[in-house]
Ligand binder design. Structure first.
Ligand SMILES: *Cc1c(COP(=O)(O)O)cnc(C)c1O
Length: 357
């Protein structure tokens, strides 16, 4: 941090809870690091950024985010490298995306000072919470919500921005069984599907649960107009390998621009694979499957990086894809991306933001 930048006032915990953490047994999303970053937007400006002990917030029942859903978030991870430095992966992209989501929800942009410098200060303070164990990481949750105590429908004039973090273990997800969603939609042209808005998640829970009741882990969203083209899988972007080529739907107003998606495509190109960003019809997948050309399918997102898809259900049929072990492209890309994030190979795209302690 350069000396001319004012440090954010911090109130430290009296005693750290870090000794309660068992790195070998981390339950996702339930253990929170000692501190959180908080800032409030009032009278047209972000004010009073501060670092506080992680803890409850007191809210009026009329808090407008609870009623009308002006609430956006981000998800990112910090890793520890062999020197003990903390490595953030593409934090500027999360910063820009949070502001893009905020703009769509008629919310103010957070400043780079608060988001990036505040985050850096928070991570220095809670550095002990970034797991040194391979495969583990510190999950970071920045979010912003409307705080006007008013139940008239209008954009709030006050907001709260917060960042808290939680250590997470290695992702041992089993290969997914997914099904093409023929009825519900996540997102439509002109909607807010490209924003990381809380309400998008709320509206996706019922369709996901119904698919789970039918024996699938997750669904594949299709376009709102015709249910003809695949869009995303659950809350991950979707990538297929057909005949040796990576194929993925282009980002649009209906598809969220995943940072993992972008990284996977770039690394694949770097490794010499051909990448196509274009619409993918469900029928194309079914035909490629029948011809034996659908070699790999996976979801991409910060939580899993690459979540392998074992089976895709469509039109009464389960398409069982080739075994995970033999998936050359996704396995190579996943390994390479993991090495970049943890500083084991040169960072040729300047993705890694190093915090030296
Ligand atoms: C967060 C999210 C993703 C994945 O984005 P990453 O930046 O890769 O974590 C994909 N789709 C949706 C709908 C999301 O909310």
């Amino acid at each position: 941090m350069s000396p001319d930048i004012r440090t954010i006032p911090a109130q430290h915990v009296a005693a750290s809870r870090i000794s309660e953490l068992d790195y070998n047994n981390i339950e996702f999303g339930k253990i929170f690091s000692d501190h959180m970053l908080v800032a409030d937007y009032k009278e047209g400006a972000w004010q009073n950024p501060q670092i506080l002990p992680y803890g409850n917030m007191s809210l009026s029942p009329a808090t407008s985010a609870l009623h009308y859903g002006q609430s956006v978030f981000e998800g990112m991870k910090a890793y520890r490298d062999a020197n003990g430095d903390i490595l953030l992966f593409r934090p500027l992209d999360n910063f820009h995306r949070l502001n893009m989501s905020a703009e769509r929800m008629c919310m103010p942009a957070i400043t780079a000072d608060i988001f990036l410098q505040g985050l850096e200060q928070l991570l220095r303070l809670d550095a002990a919470w970034v797991p040194p164990t391979s495969g583990c990481a510190l999950y970071i949750r920045p979010f912003m919500f409307a705080t006007d105590e008013f139940i008239g429908v209008r954009p709030s004039s006050s907001y709260r921005f917060t960042v808290f973090t939680c250590p997470v273990g290695a992702y041992y997800g089993q290969p997914l069984k997914v099904a093409i969603e023929p009825h519900y939609v996540r997102s439509a042209e002109g909607g807010a599907g490209f924003a990381k808005a809380a309400g998008n998640y709320g509206a996706a829970l019922l369709p996901a649960r119904q698919m789970q009741e039918r024996g699938y882990h997750q669904l594949i969203w299709t376009d709102a107009r015709e249910h003809k083209y695949v869009e995303e899988s659950g809350t991950m972007n979707l990538v297929f390998v057909i005949d040796g080529k990576l194929i993925t739907p282009p980002v649009s107003t209906t598809i969220l621009a995943g940072i993992t998606r972008d990284s996977v495509l770039q690394v694949a190109r770097d490794l010499g694979y051909e990448v196509e960003e274009r619409k993918v019809a469900v029928e194309e997948l079914a035909e490629a499957y029948k011809a034996g050309k659908l070699q790999e399918a996976f979801g991409t997102g910060t939580a899993a990086t690459i979540a392998q898809i074992a089976t895709i259900h469509f039109n009464g049929e389960d398409m069982d894809l080739p075994a995970i072990e033999g998936r050359e492209i996704s396995n190579r890309v996943a390994t390479e991306l993991d090495k970049i994030k943890t500083g084991q190979v040169p960072d040729r795209h300047n993705w890694v933001h190093r915090i030296s302690l």
